[in-house]
Ligand binder design. Structure first.
Ligand SMILES: C[S@@+](CC[C@H](N)C(=O)[O-])C[C@H]1O[C@@H](n2cnc3c(N)ncnc32)[C@H](O)[C@@H]1O
Length: 207
């Protein structure tokens, strides 16, 4: 089975997707709080959450700031359905691969990708696409687990290969994401998520 099909199947049906929908919102609540604070400080009009999963972060954001126009996309039809149900009209949710988004250039002030960039295959292509979607001065928040060195990266990738059920997984180090940002013309900064294990990082890529 192709990677994209595996990804769609894993995140649409089965125990893994069910457990994620049930518990991830709570597990990542601290992360949502910190990232939402940084987003709101930018006073954005339009925000896109790529690979939005069941829509937990968009839901959190919609409660804090009902005036922001919210959009979300995900590759897995099952996740899109759940996000639509959860958001119930508070956000536009579309089915789409993260690497190519169905929006015109200069559509968003902020784009987020939470806990998903390690699933993206063509990472620099995706960054180029996201840079086009951002308005001048816009920010892309990549919030994810980032390996502290090549050894940890290889170990995480090895664990994925053993199970081989989630489709494409390609972890990366801080040095690599910094380089990808430079190659795609973004300013880059990175920080830990206070109150969470150090593997969770907030990467801020500014246009
Ligand atoms: C770990 S979940 C994260 C969901 C959500 N962002 C969150 O923080 O709860 C990973 C999500 O990425 C989506 N995904 C994986 N690969 C993708 C890709 N190439 N393009 C778009 N979405 C993808 C999956 O369908 C799944 O919903």
């Amino acid at each position: 089975m192709e990677n994209a099909e595996k990804t769609k199947r894993f995140w649409s049906k089965g125990l893994g997707a069910w457990l994620y929908r049930k518990y991830a919102g709570k597990h990542f609540s601290k992360m949502h709080e910190v990232v939402a604070g940084q987003i709101l400080a930018k006073n954005p009009k339009d925000v896109l959450d790529i690979a939005c999963g069941p829509g937990d972060f968009l839901f959190y954001l919609s409660n804090l700031a009902p005036n922001i126009k919210l959009s979300g996309t995900d590759i897995a039809p099952g996740m899109v359905r759940h996000a639509e149900e959860k958001l119930a009209g508070r956000a536009t949710i579309l089915e789409s691969a993260g690497e190519s988004q169905p929006f015109p250039e200069n559509s968003f002030d902020v784009i987020t990708i939470m806990m998903s960039f390690h699933h993206f295959h063509k990472k620099e292509e995706a960054l180029i696409n996201m840079r086009q979607l951002l308005r001048p001065g816009g920010t892309l928040f990549i919030v994810d687990i980032v390996a502290k060195n090549d050894f940890q990266k290889s170990f995480w990738n090895f664990l994925e290969k053993i199970t081989n059920i989630r489709g494409y997984v390609g972890h990366y180090t801080e040095k690599e994401i910094r380089e990808m940002a430079r190659n795609t013309n973004f300013s880059f900064s990175i920080q830990y998520v206070e109150g969470m294990p150090k593997r969770y990082r907030i990467c801020k890529l500014e246009k």
